[in-house]
Write a protein that binds this ligand. Sequence first.
Ligand SMILES: [Zn+2]
Length: 361
Amino acid sequence: MASYTTGKELRKSPKRLIAVGLVAVLALVSAFGVKSVMDGLTDIERETSSDTESELSIPTLSNSSTVEDKIIYTYDVRFHEDIQKGPLALVNRTHATKDLEEGLVSVFEHKNSHYHVKDQEVLLTEECIKALNAMLKAFYEATGREDLQVISGYRTKAYQQSLYDNAAQDDAEDAASRVAKAGHSEHETGQAVDFNIFRDGITLEFDGTEEYAWLAEHCTEYGFILRYPEHKVAVTEFSYEPWHFRYVGVPHAQYMQEENLVLDEYIPMLSAYTYSGTHLEINDKNGFLYEVFFVPKNEESNTTEIPIPAELEYTVSGNNIDGYIVTVATGKKQQASAQQIPADPKPESSAADESADLPTA
Ligand SMILES: [Zn+2]
């Protein structure tokens, strides 16, 4: 909230390298500005200060200014090895990952009661399990089913290699399309799950049909994507896997679903959105606005400076190629629909906010 009240002052400042200490100065300037208005300045000045006065009003974005003008940025630092970490790390046939064992926890110990897990050895990142719990609770509420079983989470490189070798023994060519080589499986990130159906003591293959189609449809609301969809085999270079879901985070998952993109298309696309250039704006299904931009790795150093918002929630993820993706939760709601469809604008902002809170179909 405070960052928006200082927006006017910030626009006059250089966008880059705004030190945190400046926040205090801006706050003073802002307070003085409001006082000046109170003391009776002209109507024009009063109007330009309107958004500093009404803290609860939703900015209309009716002029050409964009939201990033109003966000105060500071810097954080990442080492190059961090490029392979995070929910937006692209792992595929081209881009390999290392074993990333840190930050993994047992699904068995953290799961809720609405699904099963194969054994106590299945590991995922904590963030991924949280999202999984939320998704499978919602799945239960929608379908009454609690028979999903997580059969695969994190895999070591050695284990992935053994899977590949086993498959290749039977049919080398087939193995190549079905099983990733060591270093090239998303399971090595700890952010991908495979499901089975475990019903009456019998294990069935998860084929994504009947009630289970709910997952492919709603997974993005919880930050997951169906990673290898049937219609994108030519892009992913993997067979259709209805059982394999990857955690990427809510705004990214929803954007990819809306734009019909797989991760192999989405991550390279994000490189066009830079900190000093245009940010990708994503509205989630509740209408909250996120800003996303790419920060290339600094080739002349072991570290890269990452612009991060001083006062807002954000995430930084490596893309596992050449840099980092910053996602800023602006905390703002936009009047337009979540899909950024220009048609059907909602003129009443309060009505739009209420409808945005309703469950989506
Ligand atoms: Zn899988």
